[in-house]
Design a protein around this ligand. Structure first.
Ligand code: F6R
Length: 241
């Protein structure tokens, strides 16, 4: 794992956007794995600015998002479908048919998950995967104790994840208790991975990700086994290393 520590969140966002743009400029039909949450928002904003300046083009890019709440339709304001269109996709020239997110209201979970894995493979696999990290070490919604070879599947969200994500809902009771997520095994098949983390509250889990033995108790430790991972963090997230 290559550790890159920068000054602040803005610099993480700029660097991450440059890495994504470099990848897309090198391979027009790049397959991107994307994350939601607070951390990548600055990167998406930078990519939108770069797109407007003509520095990157998404016309042939294909995307697969990591996860979606189970029980929320794509129209729900807190769904990750909504988040991605609202934050990023509506501002760039990506083709709607090239955007993939799991269907949170599928009637056949097994089929949905298998189809997602199939589509990733059919598109040639993920070239570059962007990740955030949960305070408990989750990647996507792969909570502690998850199998490190897991594929796309339905998970029960950890109490701390439900609590952390309740900030986006009116009430903690409204937060879905389950989600569909790419597995750790799916994530590990990406050619390149960039993990983003900012702020003191991520310092503990970043230290564990780098220094703890690989264990499903901290799913992000699986990244130690990947041969092309950049951990891009700011000074605050790096203060325990
Ligand atoms: C979201 C996702 C999650 C988040 C993580 C950190 O698609 O995959 O693993 O990356 O919960 O969230 P933030 O960035 O809000 O701290």
């Amino acid at each position: 794992m290559k550790l890159v520590t920068v000054t602040n969140y803005h610099e993480i966002s700029v660097r991450a956007a440059q890495l994504v743009a470099n990848q897309v400029n090198k391979k027009k039909n790049t397959v991107l794995g994307l994350a939601t949450g607070q951390t990548p928002v600055g990167m998406y904003q930078e990519l939108i600015s770069m797109f407007k300046r003509g520095e990157v083009d998404f016309f042939e890019v294909v995307t697969f998002n990591l996860d979606e709440y189970y029980g929320l339709s794509s129209e729900h304001p807190q769904s990750y479908h909504h988040f991605m269109w609202d934050t990023f996709f509506q501002y760039i020239n990506i083709k709607k048919e090239n955007v993939h997110l799991l269907n949170g209201v599928t009637e056949n979970i097994n089929k949905e998950c298998k189809q997602y894995e199939y589509l990733i493979q059919k598109n040639g696999g993920i070239d570059l995967q962007i990740l955030g990290i949960g305070d408990n070490g989750h990647l996507g919604f792969n909570e502690p104790a998850i199998g490190l070879n897991s594929k796309t599947h339905l998970v029960n969200l950890a109490e701390e994840t439900i609590y952390a994500n309740s900030q986006y809902f009116n009430d903690v009771q409204e937060v879905p208790k389950q989600a569909l997520t790419m597995g750790i095994g799916t994530i590990m098949k990406a050619q390149k991975i960039i993990l983003l983390a900012s702020g003191r509250k991520k310092a503990h889990v970043i230290e564990s990700t780098i220094n703890c033995p690989v264990s499903s108790e901290v799913p992000a430790t699986a990244l130690q086994l990947h041969n092309d991972v950049i951990i891009l963090i700011d000074k605050e997230a790096a203060y325990k290393i």
